[in-house]
Design a protein around this ligand. Sequence first.
Ligand SMILES: Cc1cc2nc3c(=O)[nH]c(=O)nc-3n(C[C@H](O)[C@H](O)[C@H](O)COP(=O)(O)O)c2cc1C
Length: 194
Amino acid sequence: MKKVVILNASPRKDGNISQMLNIIGDTLFEKGSEVIIIDVCKLEFRPCIGCMKCRSAHDCVMPEDDAKRILRLVQESDALVVGSPCYWGNMTGQLKMLFDRWVYGMMDHSERDYPIPLLKGKKAVIVTTCTTQWPFNLIFKQSAGTVRALKEVLCWSGFKIASVIQKGATHKRPGLTPKEIAKCKKIALSLGSH
Ligand SMILES: Cc1cc2nc3c(=O)[nH]c(=O)nc-3n(C[C@H](O)[C@H](O)[C@H](O)COP(=O)(O)O)c2cc1C
């Protein structure tokens, strides 16, 4: 059975990110995967303090909290689905704070400072939305900026990016089209199948 963690970094629980992640999660669940949906904006943890001790200790100096708990779930999973709206051409602050806390569990460095991905073999799906409409969401690096920032984290950690969804113009066209719903289902089916 595949174990899939879904990180929902949107504070809007009936927004587009949440709708798409719910479809992906439901489809995976119906096809037999274990699915864990995390509401990133409700997690309780302190931001990284930049002490760098985790780089040698391979653990964070902070006491047990949601950041540590969810990192372990991701480490034990087969795949990760990350959904974040575009905020200032990037991921939401809440999600960035979480990834900052996770560096020690996601990548390491060799003695010569060569990066070592720690989560190789896992797949990732990126889901993002923004108000900027196509093609400007791509040209002006709006949703495309969010994708770039997420790839920075996921690719250095060793994830293989299986699929990317970018939905623009969410203020003009809120809600999902049948095509977008079908794409979410297709992505979930392929993620759960191999
Ligand atoms: C703090 C904040 C910053 C935002 N920054 C951008 C931006 O840089 N570019 C953009 O196109 N939309 C931006 N937006 C709009 C959101 O990306 C848009 O409302 C998104 O579709 C929300 O998705 P959700 O409903 O799934 O949460 C911003 C919204 C907020 C609240």
